[in-house]
Design a protein around this ligand. Structure first.
Ligand code: ADP
Length: 628
């Protein structure tokens, strides 16, 4: 029979697995057991609603067998099994995860670990220790069974086979030992026992194996070998063990296995309460942003258990949107086993638990911020935008929870700062919290208004994320100090005498400004002098609630094409700059030239503010004609 080929990505992955230098080859057993447990879960879930599935919880098991002579290690389960199609689709390709993106070039070890951990390549990891794999499987309720077989990247076959019961049997032919690697150890009972204790102890179904024990015969000095069916895992879920029994590594391994992450979490939160809500929670904050986190595909939610039995994989009612990055589970004896989604939404108990979890997460994050700044900043870089989004999308309802957890880059040291820290550094008389918006810290620090505010020794928050300004606008103030975008015409740094002078200058130039504004055919709402530009000639600001930065972001959003969102833009001219006299002079003597100058100045102002211009060729020609 002709061999079928693996899909391209799978083939590359297989090559890598077969020739793996990955140091933790032992994880293959965890992966196979975890698949077996998932397969049993599936059938068990079905039995809750489908009377034709007659198995009881106690009927399920995972079985391990090692045969040193045949050099095989077998992992079996009596779970849901696979049909012929499922065998082909599930084991013939790993592209399911969609985002499997092989980087070209050196496949070094670090990269390997990344790939092995990141994308449920579980089953394939068996090729790190086996040179041939057979998967015999019979789907529950089906009357035929099939065997999938492969020796690696050259392809696989699927044939009919005999298998009396439903479930899956995976037979690994273990590789020959090499100088560096003693694969035969995976056939030793002690090693298997050790691996199961280390990685799979909490699996909720028994992992059994026939093991041999030597006993002294009664009343004699002779020994006999007795075979015994041994259960290798304690089946106690990790969150039910006493905290002193569980090491950080245990939690990390559990998290990686159950939540498919390749890095340990940055924070593990364990909570056990009794009282108005009786529950145990085990929560994890990932140490990096999941690749699909800021996409529609990402679903928040915690696993929900009722007395150790999982009743829901992703209960979104348990976690608020602003903490959607938190993974983990809640186990409560108060919840009924057959609870439906609709019932959950109204469940009082669940609401109480959700509130308590939110409080706990908030307090843990605050604690991290106070006691481990570096860790908190790592967390914040991964998920800070979500906290800010939480402030914005709730119209401030979550303000008290979140405002002390958010951070921005400070002009002081270009490091992250909290609002509290900003205010603590600020003199009583300073009534505003200044901020500026731009693509990057470098670009923001070049804004004329920023230079001006800094020259007055005020600190400026540098906002580089799309959500930043929207969040601050919802907050409006912190500790009695209002937020102010330095690129608005309200930026008011001058003393009274200067203000008076500016007012007079503005009034005297009304006609010039009107002419300039008209030359720009509607691009700006207003033209005015300012004393906020330090040494620079021109800049843009905005009046009203919508800043130029927000205009940009809103127009980038899907569906914004025909909305024409527009900030009220103000062209600001430095009252102390010689360009002022030049413009007045042209207004008297050469209006055509003033029209061209207006266009150039406006284009310059846009560029200075990090914006693009609509008519680059026209501006280039105008500037060139000035050079001639
Ligand atoms: P993952 O477990 O991350 O989905 P795997 O490569 O380990 O990736 O497995 C691929 C798929 O094969 C699983 O999603 C499951 O549908 C199926 N599968 C693997 N092992 C078993 C098993 N023992 N019983 C039933 N289905 C299985």
């Amino acid at each position: 029979m002709a061999k079928k080929q693996f899909k391209t990505e799978s083939k590359k992955l297989l090559d890598m697995m077969v020739n793996s230098i990955y140091t933790h080859k032992e994880i293959f057993l965890r992966e196979l057991i975890s698949n077996a447990s998932d397969a049993i879960d599936k059938l068990y879930f079905r039995s809750l609603t489908d009377d034709s599935v007659t198995l009881k919880h106690d009927d399920y098991e995972i079985r391990i067998a090692a045969d040193k002579d045949a050099r095989t290690l077998t992992v079996s389960d009596n779970g849901c099994g696979m049909t012929k199609d499922e065998l082909e689709n599930n084991l013939g390709t790993i592209a399911k995860s969609g985002s499997f993106d092989f980087k070209k070039g050196d496949e070094n070890q670090a990269e390997e670990i990344d790939i092995i951990g990141q994308f449920g390549v579980g089953f394939y990891s068996a090729f790190m220790v086996a040179d041939n794999i057979k998967v015999m499987s019979r789907a529950y309720g089906a009357d035929e069974a099939f065997v999938w077989e492969s020796s690696g990247a050259d392809g696989y076959t699927v044939k009919a086979c005999d298998k009396p019961d439903h479930g899956t049997v995976i037979i690994l032919h273990i590789k020959e030992d090499t100088d560096d690697e003693k694969y035969a150890a995976y056939l030793e009972t002690y090693r298997i026992r050790e691996l199961i204790k280390k990685y799979s102890d909490y699996i909720r179904y028994p992992i059994r194996m026939l093991t041999e024990h030597r006993h002294k015969k009664d009343d004699s000095d002779e020994y006999e070998t007795v075979k015994e069916d041994e259960t290798l895992n304690s089946m106690i879920p990790i969150w039910k063990k006493s905290p002193s029994e569980v090491s950080d590594e245990d939690y990390n391994n559990y998290y990686k296995d159950k939540f498919g992450d390749y890095e340990a979490p940055i924070k593990v939160i364990r909570q056990k309460t009794e009282g108005s809500a009786d529950y145990t929670a085990l929560l994890f904050i990932p140490s990096h942003t999941p690749y699909d986190y800021y996409s529609r595909e990402y679903e928040k939610g915690l696993q929900l258990y009722s007395s150790g039995v999982m009743i829901m994989e992703k209960c979104k009612e348990l976690i608020p949107d602003h903490y959607s990055f938190v993974k983990g589970l809640v186990d409560s004896a108060d919840l009924s086993l057959n609870i439906s989604r609709e019932m959950l939404q109204h469940d009082r108990q669940l609401k109480i638990i959700a509130k308590a979890l939110e409080k706990k997460i908030t307090s843990e994050l605050s604690k991290m911020l106070k006691t481990d700044r570096e860790k908190y900043e790592t967390f914040f870089k991964a998920f800070g935008a979500q906290l800010k989004w939480g402030i914005y999308s709730s119209f401030g309802a979550n303000k008290d929870t979140l405002q002390d957890l958010i951070m921005f880059t400070s002009s002081n040291d270009k490091k992250l700062t909290t609002l509290k820290e900003y205010v603590e550094r600020t003199a009583e008389e300073q009534k505003k919290i200044y901020y500026a918006v731009g693509e990057s810290i470098e670009k923001i620090s070049l804004l004329p208004q920023v230079e001006a505010v800094l020259a007055h020794n005020y600190e400026v928050l540098y906002l580089t994320e799309d959500i930043d300004e929207f969040a601050l606008q919802i907050l409006r103030e912190y500790d009695g100090k209002e937020f102010l975008n330095v690129c608005t015409e309200n930026l008011d740094l001058a003393d009274d005498a200067d203000k008076e002078k500016l007012k007079e200058a503005n009034e005297g130039a009304k006609d010039v400004f009107e002419f300039i504004r008209d030359s720009l055919s509607g691009a700006v709402a207003k033209v005015q002098y300012t004393n906020n530009l330090h040494n620079h000639a021109v800049s843009l600001s905005s009046e009203g609630a919508l800043s130029v930065g927000m205009e940009q972001i809103l127009n980038k959003m899907p569906g914004a094409e025909d909305q024409h969102i527009k900030a009220e833009t103000v062209l600001e001219i430095n009252v102390d700059h010689p360009i002022k006299d030049k413009l007045n002079d042209l207004f008297e003597n050469d209006k055509d030239k003033l029209r061209d100058y207006s266009k150039i100045l406006y284009a310059q102002a846009r560029l200075v503010n990090g914006l693009s211009i609509d008519n680059p060729a026209e501006i280039a020609d105008l500037v060139c004609s000035l050079m001639l």
